[in-house]
Design a protein. Structure first.
Length: 222
């Protein structure tokens, strides 16, 4: 009887330890973090919000259905660079110094003294990536590969900010596509260049970084 009882207790203890380990593994597992920040996206453009839009955004609707919905959302500003800087850092523009949009020919971007979400997640073991519009600086030292991201594919700024075929009164003759002016030549070759970067150069200065690896690859040709 004692042998049976001892075996039973050992089995219970083993099962309990296994269950505790399983719970601990779940608790230690890092959750995925996905942030989506969109320009000019109306409330009614999402099927989860408006019945008439059902079927137009099935994947986004599924995320809303399976996750937690926050129905009251505020941003730090109504313009691109300022709101993105606040999202990336958790700080208002009066603290980061980003209080207006960065232009195509801006030499700088989000101050290097600010830490982004990506830079904070890297020490916790996360792999980071960003796709889409950046608009927080495109010169060496300020684009995503210097700001904590392992991979980047996207656009440098808003769709209406690039050069034009004829220049035009609204853009000026210096904004005609094909010129070689400005800190980032491709931005004057195409109306909206597409960039790619797959090297994380966070913490490096432009002088010490391997520029050919840290800087954007220009992957669009027209």
């Amino acid at each position: 009887m004692k042998a049976v009882l001892l075996t039973t207790l050992c089995s219970i203890a083993t099962a309990s330890a296994a269950a505790s380990a399983a719970v601990q593994n779940v608790a230690n597992k890092q959750p995925n973090v996905v942030l989506m920040f969109l320009d000019d996206w109306g409330w009614g453009d999402l099927g989860a919000n408006w019945e008439a839009a059902k079927g137009m955004t099935p994947h986004m609707d599924l995320i809303a259905e399976e996750g937690i919905r926050f129905t009251d959302f505020h941003v730090a500003a109504s313009v691109c660079s300022v709101s993105r800087a606040a999202l990336m850092t958790g700080r208002l523009g009066v603290r980061t110094g980003v209080v207006h949009n960065f232009a195509v020919n801006s030499m700088y971007g989000l101050p290097r003294t600010e830490q982004t979400i990506a830079e904070l997640l890297k020490p916790a073991g996360y792999r980071t990536g960003i796709s889409g519009k950046w608009h927080l600086g495109t010169t060496p030292g300020y684009h995503p590969s210097y700001r904590g991201f392992d991979r980047y594919v996207g656009l440098p700024y808003s769709v209406d900010m690039g050069c034009t075929d004829t220049g035009g009164a609204d853009k000026g003759t210096d904004r005609k596509c094909g010129g070689n002016t400005g800190p980032n030549v491709p931005q004057y070759k195409l109306a909206l260049p597409l960039y790619e970067s797959s090297t994380n150069c966070s913490g490096q200065t432009v002088a010490h970084a391997t520029v050919t690896l840290c800087n954007h690859l220009w992957i669009s040709t027209r």
